[in-house]
Design a protein around this ligand. Sequence first.
Ligand code: NAP
Length: 243
Amino acid sequence: MPYVIITGASRGIGAATAKVFAQKGYDIVLNYCHSQQKAEDLAAFLRKEYHVQVLPMQADVSNPKEAETFIRSAMVVWGTPSVLVNNAGIAQQKLFTDITWEEYQTMMNTNAGGVFSCCKAVLPAMIHVKKGAIVNVSSMWGVSGASCEVHYSASKAAVIGLTKALAKEVGPSGITVNCVAPGVIDTDMNGILSQETLNGLAEETPLSRLGTPEDIARAIYFLASADAAFITGQVLTVDGGIL
Ligand code: NAP
């Protein structure tokens, strides 16, 4: 049975991605950081609904040792994964002049460092078997830049650079590396925005709505699937046309 490792899968886009892969028959390693109950509940739902195996694993991916340990432990149990989805991420809105060095470091360590560490942990095994797919979750702000989200935008631009470079390096080993760049998606991450702001963002979007976690999950699954076997190093923007 193929299996996928998904980081930050306790909520939002990661949880929706776990559902899509489970529907397709994948076993799931479901990483979470703080939301243990949500991860356990989702795991129970996936087992019952789709009859797949699910391994919830706690790790803070911003910590390279924790990221490496959880991925190595998963591989001891289930071997080399078919797919790694680097989805875990945090956001913060602040004027650039108010962002502290520590906040910048936390943002970079989580959003870009987590991708680096998880790719490093999984790649020797994927290279050994000469196959695998990695899908990273960036953001449209990593493409265009967002006011009051300079550190977030920088971390997501780093994910795009890492994706493109790594795709070239591991392509000869039969491994694809791509990323999705979501627009404004209706998850907890945007919970700090007022309903008025969210309505304004939906109006600005050519498709006239916010994205759903499922919109992104389906794009992630596509990039990991055999239908995308000749696609690598790409950034798939899934934003309802807003960019
Ligand atoms: P969310 O609802 O806030 O969920 C974030 C997920 O990431 C949670 O499962 C959380 O786990 C996990 N996480 C956070 N820090 C972690 C860490 N250090 N180690 C491991 N897991 C960690 O956010 P979302 O909207 O689904 O976002 C998912 C990804 O999409 C992020 O990379 C985000 O930047 C990106 N994105 C989102 C949007 C949007 O509009 N929502 C737009 C563009 C890109 P716990 O709850 O267990 O701590």
